[in-house]
Design a protein around this ligand. Sequence first.
Ligand SMILES: Cc1cc2nc3c(=O)[nH]c(=O)nc-3n(C[C@H](O)[C@H](O)[C@H](O)COP(=O)(O)OP(=O)(O)OC[C@H]3O[C@@H](n4cnc5c(N)ncnc54)[C@H](O)[C@@H]3O)c2cc1C
Length: 399
Amino acid sequence: MSDAIVVGAGPAGALLAYMLARRGVPVTLLERQTDFSREFRGELLMPSGIAAMHEAGLRQQFDALPNLPIGTVQIFRGERPVVTFPIDGLPVSPRVVPQPAMLEMIVAEAAKLPDFKLERGVTVRDLIYEKDRVIGIRADAHDGPREYRGDFVIACDGRASVIRKRAALPQDRIMQGFDVVWGHVPGQFPDGRTARAYIGNGHLLIMYPSPEGHTQIGWVIDKGNFGDIKRMGERWIDELAPHVSPDLRQYLAANKTGLARPFLLDVICDRLREWTAPGLLLIGDAAHPMSPVGGQGINVALRDAVVTSNHLGRALKMREDEATLDFAARNIQAERWPEITTIQDMQQIGPRLLLSNSLLSRVIVSAPMIAFAKTFLANFIARRFDPFLNGVTRVVMEL
Ligand SMILES: Cc1cc2nc3c(=O)[nH]c(=O)nc-3n(C[C@H](O)[C@H](O)[C@H](O)COP(=O)(O)OP(=O)(O)OC[C@H]3O[C@@H](n4cnc5c(N)ncnc54)[C@H](O)[C@@H]3O)c2cc1C
């Protein structure tokens, strides 16, 4: 028996379990994978997510991970460069950090604490109820079915959360018309510090270097078209050629054989109206899967973990009664709601403007308009999109 059962060791679950154990709350963290590198995971961290890692007390360990700060963002209109934004003047630069390394570091730090237990290779299947209250979960482990019971279950099992399905909590979905095809190309193109976006009519490609020595490419496609791309085999990369600059075209052609198999990010964006039920809380993607726009998912998941540790960690540590634990869980949703809804709403703007073929979109993605935006509207844009960098609310660890 554990006070807290945390399901899923992604950014939300791993950090939360670490923070609970640091408070002295006995916690069991259950993860279906035996190895963090078996899931395809995002790796771009914004200053808001970096600050959450620092708040959690892992500054030194986090800063020591392989990482690559992005120094410059270049925007292309088709094959032509239009603007270059230096961003190394920001107080904290967005950073590419391989997630498997980050998760291994967090659970290794947690394993130093007596109240932490991680069980890998355990797939949670269902919730256990007693008098309408969640009191544990049922799972499958390598040696057969198991049950885990505790004072509170926190579901951090990601965008396909089985706990969300079992709890049948109401949700609001924001329809998305696009998916993203991700691929790795060997080597850091163009210089190991620069991210690029190629914007065209109804077309968008983003790319950034990874500290693991490859370049990550994200190609936005119409929802449902991935089957056609997979059937092309490695020729899918040729489809990009007409939309990118000659240097990238050459680079892709030269590295085609080292290209990793494309991976589909089926874009969904929604949020549960209620993140809690008696004895249960959902956070991270399990409560609010984010659109990929602005690279927000990891960051808001880490920030959810800090806020959960503040409210629920404190209540569990004080051995509060059930009503107080449930109240603490509701306060977590109340505190996180303004940030999640603001960011999800902002995430809808870019695709609407960039990916449709309307006259307005064509004007907005025209080269003169992008250059104009850079020259005259830079401050406005920086202010308007600050939540993508720094979040909306103040998230600090409370003792
Ligand atoms: C291809 C791709 C690229 C992305 N790029 C970025 C990016 O650059 N920046 C960014 O901020 N976000 C990015 N994201 C989104 C980001 O990865 C997620 O929003 C973030 O990881 C959510 O964290 P989480 O802890 O809530 O869930 P997850 O990271 O999804 O973790 C859930 C964990 O639960 C485990 N699990 C699932 N089901 C069960 C079960 N039944 N039993 C036990 N364990 C279970 C999973 O194995 C996983 O480890 C990307 C996502 C994808 C798919």
